[in-house]
Write a new protein. Structure first.
Length: 69
């Protein structure tokens, strides 16, 4: 079973980086799709929530790292 993006992302929660910011935002969002594993679904969710371009760019980079692990 593939680890969800959310589960993977939480390992960066204490980082003082944009990735850490994304992790903290996801953790605070009660509706963040915790079990999602697809880039398209997650990106659509972030766009519907009004994520800024920097957040979307950070997500894209993070998803590449997630996919490679």
């Amino acid at each position: 079973m593939t680890k969800s993006f959310y589960s993977w992302l939480l390992q960066f929660e204490s980082d003082g980086t944009p990735l850490g910011d994304l992790a903290r935002d996801a953790k605070e969002d009660k509706h963040f799709p915790h079990y999602a594993t697809t880039q398209k679904y997650l990106k659509n969710y972030l766009e519907r929530q009004g994520a800024c371009e920097d957040a979307l760019s950070t997500f894209e980079e993070a998803f590449i790292r997630y996919s490679n692990e």
